[in-house]
Design a binder for this molecule. Structure first.
Ligand code: ADP
Ligand code: MG
Length: 408
């Protein structure tokens, strides 16, 4: 699960990371009020920021033609105008893909005077099986480019999970960023807070980009987290009801939400062969073998070890609501469950959904012959696969033939 910038900043602030004062707003009038409050509180400028689950907003473009999802304003009226230009519009950035994201909320925040922008993040280093802290002097809007062109500009500090992030590591990173004097201690505190947020919230990524060096009215310098991004480990969300409450369903793929209701593990992909499989390992292997024979999987779908007829029916409904699907490959290994029960579920689901697409089924394991018998006796045009390879080849061929018919 991903969080919006304003939510990530709320959590970071709870762990002592300084963030600009701000308010999230859903209407231009609310944005005007929020900006007005910031101006009367002493801020010389405010910023209006589109809240979407993607970065690159500053350099993004709205489908309306309006440029930029991050805008600095000097009056409350201007803030209202900018909010009106963003709310209800679709913002396309490097990270959203061409379809973009609908902006339902904007963050109205104080916009201090930025002298320098740094990058810092905590994530999991899978090669070392440890958390890793990454920091760079080249913060701001093009960190992906920096990682490609100047990887030496990104410093890394590996963290021993038993000891946690140690204060000397924070100071070391601060010095590597070229910070001096009191700023070293404040950066080390911020880095400690960032790590603690990552650890205690069970996050997979917490990123501050940019972490800014700010010049106050009398020239005094301080550090402030200007943008934040946070992804959480879904399997640990049950431990964090406060974070789960931040879930933004409007940002998630509707089919994946529907699948979640039936305990189905569904991830949409962009191919044409839908897979319905029991067990994540078998689902991965099925996707691989489809690719091996020249096809493209339309999804990953694991119905779990003991799928019920209701789940199989829901799985068919979800698969069929993807217009790219041109054929379905069911690959079931009856280890815990009986193949005849699954076969009955498939027949019922195919009849209920008035399935018009090629359906290829491979059943193996408990009661497999009985299951195949049920499929044969169903009167439906189900293609039976003798092995995984056979079923995958038949699925690829059936989809190719369906495509050829469409073209004729
Ligand atoms: P994104 O990463 O999605 O483009 P950011 O929040 O990082 O969005 O904003 C892009 C840039 O806009 C920042 O690098 C910073 O220069 C400027 N900016 C963002 N928020 C503020 C703010 N509160 N005050 C001043 N400048 C800001
Ligand atoms: Mg950013």
């Amino acid at each position: 699960m991903n969080l919006q910038e304003y939510q990530a900043k709320q959590l970071l602030a709870q762990y002592g990371v300084p963030v600009p004062a701000g308010e999230v707003c859903a209407t231009p009038a609310a944005a005007k009020d929020a900006a007005g409050k910031l101006f009367s509180g002493g801020h010389a400028r405010v910023v209006i920021k589109a809240q979407i689950h993607a970065g690159g907003r500053g350099k993004g473009t709205f489908k309306s033609g309006f440029q930029g999802g991050v805008k600095i304003c000097r009056t409350a009226d201007e803030a209202m105008k900018m909010a009106a230009a963003m709310l209800g519009q679709v913002l396309v950035t490097k990270q959203t893909g061409p379809e973009g994201r609908l902006v339902g909320k904007v963050l109205v925040a104080g916009a201090p005077n930025i002298k320098k922008e740094f990058y810092c993040a905590v994530l999991l280093d899978r090669a070392l099986s440890r958390p890793v802290f990454m920091a760079s002097t080249e913060g701001g809007m093009d960190i992906e480019q920096v990682a490609c062109d100047q990887p030496e500009k990104i410093v890394k500090e590996s963290i021993n999970p038993a000891a946690g992030f140690l204060p000397f590591q924070g100071r070391k990173l601060a010095v590597a960023l070229g910070l001096k004097g009191d700023l070293i201690a404040s950066a080390a505190r911020i880095f400690g807070g960032l790590y603690k947020t990552w650890w205690e919230c069970d996050a997979s990524l917490v990123e501050i980009n940019p972490l800014c060096l700010i010049a106050g009215p009398e020239g005094q310098e301080s550090l402030l987290a200007i943008d934040a991004k946070m992804s959480l480990d879904d399997n640990a969300l049950y431990r964090h009801p406060n974070i789960l409450a931040m879930r933004d369903l409007a940002e998630e793929a509707p089919l994946e939400i529907e699948a979640g209701k039936f305990n189905l593990n569904y991830i949409k992909l962009d191919g044409s062969i839908a897979c319905l499989v029991n067990g994540a390992g078998l689902a991965m292997a099925t996707m691989d073998i489809i690719q091996h024979f020249g096809g493209k999987p339309a999804n990953f779908l694991d119905v779990g070890g003991g799928a019920s007829q209701e789940q199989v029916t829901a799985a068919f409904r979800i698969i069929l609501s993807d217009p790219n699907v041109k054929g379905i490959l069911v690959n079931i290994f009856g280890g815990i469950m009986q193949c005849d029960i699954i076969a009955a579920g498939i027949v019922a689901a195919a009849k209920e959904s008035r399935l018009g697409l090629p359906l290829i089924v491979r059943l193996e394991g408990n009661n497999a012959p009985l299951g195949r018998e049920i499929l044969r006796g169903s009167g439906l045009a189900i293609i039976s696969g003798d092995s995984m390879a056979d079923a995958a080849q038949k699925a690829v061929r059936a989809v190719e033939c369906a495509g050829a018919e469409e073209r004729v």
